[in-house]
Structure formats: structure tokens, C-alpha cells
Design a protein. Structure first.
Length: 332
């Protein structure tokens, strides 16, 4: 089969589409014929040699996939049959023509949704769902600050905060991105390049601040985050785009607000935990992607690249211009 591949860590120029061995489903696993995958920051880090896959996971890039069931391993429960339209969050291997997935980690593709659209769901939406509900314990009426609001996770988080009857506030780096977040349901948005988001958040909330911060930026935001975090607020870190080395009295500032820091990485979760998140997501969120649902949830696809143009897709994400997900179409 063909898969995204790189011989050694480095830049996008090291990527290619290469023929590799097709996997065989093991005990309790399903073989999925992949129609589309999507690109994530983790793929860029892995390509640079800075984020190796967990032990036992595929070293092929791709943390999500959408396609159809092509085979069943021994011991499968019968939940899935050949030809079923499915999608999954993966620990690796999604950017290939076939991938094996534990049957409990598969989710049905919502009706009336293409594989391209479905590929934009698993990583971003499950990440946002897990951060908000399992880590942040979001409550009705709470205010949630979402950094990188126009990213895949950001667009998902805005809609999920609305679904939880809470209030989404975002940061983004361009007016075009802020407009996209407003269209997704953000109550307010601030340009972190031209505005002090902490001051704007305090002004918006009449000095009370936000109850939850979803932060994929890290070190460079720590002072502003704590400035606009409410008393007893939850600061959730799930990425470190600006690094992780903090200079300053973070602990004293944190203590003064009785605030808490939580961290989360979905990729390193064990299969049992991931299955639990996916079951809750499938029951509570997936129905809202179907036509006629109220409220209706929608993934946002920025662009689509064929697998043989994987290097171009990586360059596009590194330029940080995408709004929503960059999807990789897999050849038949």
C-alpha cells in the first residue's frame, strides 16, 4: 500500500508517498480502507523527530482517518461489517491506504457526510470534547477562552462550548480568522498580535475573567492567561507552540487565584481511556453532525491535498494560515 513516509527527520522536503507493507488486523482489530486523513501539529513534530509515536504504534504519520471497513480480525464482536463507513482517532498510521484500528475506537461516519468532512472530526473534536468535559468539567454559563480559535481544535471547541450552554471567547492572529470563529459561534474574539487579550477579556467579563482556558501556546501566554483567569479557574494546557520554559513567579500567581493547571495529550492515552472518550463523544456529540440536528455541528475543512502532495500540506500548516483542518485525500 502507499503511505506518507520520511527516511530521516527534517523539513517537508523529506516527505514522500512510499509503498510499504499493508497491515493485517490482529485480535479485536478492524482493517480500515482509508479515504481521507487530516494533518495535525503532531505530524509536523514527528516529521522533525520531536514527537515519536507511542510504543507499539505505527510509525506512519496520521492521527485520524475516515474510510470503510475492509477486514475484520479474529475476536471482533460483530459490531462492524465490511463496507461500513467509519472514522477513528489513531496513535499513528492514518495517512496510508489501510490502517488497523481496535474495534472499540471506531466511530460511524454521520449520515450525509463525506469522508473528507469526516476526516476533520476525530482528532480535533475528540481533543476539544475531552479537554472541555473530562478535564475542564465545563458547566452551563461558564466562560471559556480558546486560544488558536481558528484551528481545528479551536473551531470544534467553540461549537462544543455552545453545545454545553457555556460562552466561547477566542484569540486568533488575523481578522479573517476572527470572522471564521464568529461564524462558528464565538461570543467574542481578540487579535493576539494587535491587542492585549487579557485586558480585553477582563473588560468583556467586567473584571471577573474566564473560568476555563484552552491553551496550546504555552510559555509566552502564561502571564496574560493568569491575569484573565477567574478565581478557582482551570488553565488547560494541551500544546506548547511557544515552548514550555516559564520565567517568572507562576506558582505565586496561580496560588493567589486558587487556580489549577491541567495538562493533556490524547495520543499517549491508553486504549481503554480513549475508548471511553469516544463512546461518550459518539453518544452525546455525533448525533449533532447529522442533517436536521439542533444545534447542528459542522467540521471546517480549510483545504484538501492528495497524499502525493503531503509535503505541500505540511508547508501550508507551517505557514499557519489555515482556518480549520487540512485534509489529506488518500488514493484508491
Amino acid at each position: 500500500m502507499f503511505a506518507a513516509y520520511f527516511d530521516c527527520p527534517g523539513g517537508p522536503e523529506n516527505l514522500c508517498m512510499k509503498e510499504v507493507m499493508k497491515p493485517d488486523p490482529g485480535e479485536g482489530e478492524v482493517l480500515v480502507k482509508v479515504s481521507a486523513s487530516a494533518l495535525n501539529r503532531a505530524d509536523l513534530l514527528q516529521r522533525r523527530g520531536k514527537y515519536p509515536p507511542p510504543k507499539g504504534a505505527s510509525d506512519i504519520l496520521g492521527l485520524e482517518a475516515a474510510g470503510s471497513v475492509a477486514g475484520l480480525g479474529p475476536g471482533c464482536s460483530g459490531r462492524w461489517k465490511i463496507g461500513d463507513a467509519v472514522m477513528a482517532l489513531l496513535s499513528g498510521g492514518g495517512q496510508a491506504q489501510f490502517v488497523t484500528v481496535p474495534e472499540g475506537l471506531l466511530m460511524p461516519i454521520p449520515k450525509d457526510m463525506t469522508s473528507i468532512q469526516a476526516a476533520a472530526i476525530p482528532e480535533a473534536w475528540l481533543t476539544a470534547f475531552q479537554l472541555l468535559h473530562f478535564v475542564g468539567k465545563v458547566q452551563e454559563g461558564e466562560k471559556v477562552l480558546i486560544h488558536a480559535g481558528a484551528s481545528g481544535v479551536g473551531i470544534a471547541a467553540i461549537q462544543l462550548v455552545r453545545l454545553a450552554k457555556a460562552i466561547p471567547i477566542v484569540t486568533a492572529g488575523t481578522q479573517k480568522k476572527l470572522e471564521a470563529t464568529a461564524n462558528a459561534g464565538a461570543a467574542a474574539g481578540f487579535n493576539y498580535k494587535t491587542e492585549d487579550f487579557s485586558e480585553k477579556v477582563l473588560e468583556l467579563t467586567q473584571g471577573s475573567g474566564v473560568d476555563i482556558i484552552l491553551d496550546c501556546v504555552g510559555a509566552s501566554y502564561w502571564e496574560k492567561n493568569l491575569k484573565c483567569l477567574s478565581t478557582d479557574g482551570r488553565w488547560i494546557i494541551y500544546g506548547l507552540l511557544s515552548g514550555g520554559e516559564v520565567h517568572g513567579d507562576l506558582l505565586a500567581r496561580l496560588l493567589s487565584k486558587r487556580a489549577s493547571i491541567h495538562t493533556s495529550l490524547l495520543r499517549s492515552r491508553d486504549k481503554e481511556a480513549s475508548s471511553g472518550y469516544q463512546q461518550a463523544f459518539s453518544e452525546e456529540v455525533l448525533p449533532h453532525f447529522s442533517a436536521g440536528a439542533s444545534p447542528r455541528l459542522q467540521p471546517l475543512v480549510d483545504s484538501v491535498y492528495p497524499l502525493h502532495a503531503i509535503a505541500e500540506a505540511h508547508r501550508a500548516m507551517e505557514e499557519n494560515k489555515n482556518i480549520g483542518k487540512i485534509v489529506i485525500e488518500i488514493p484508491v
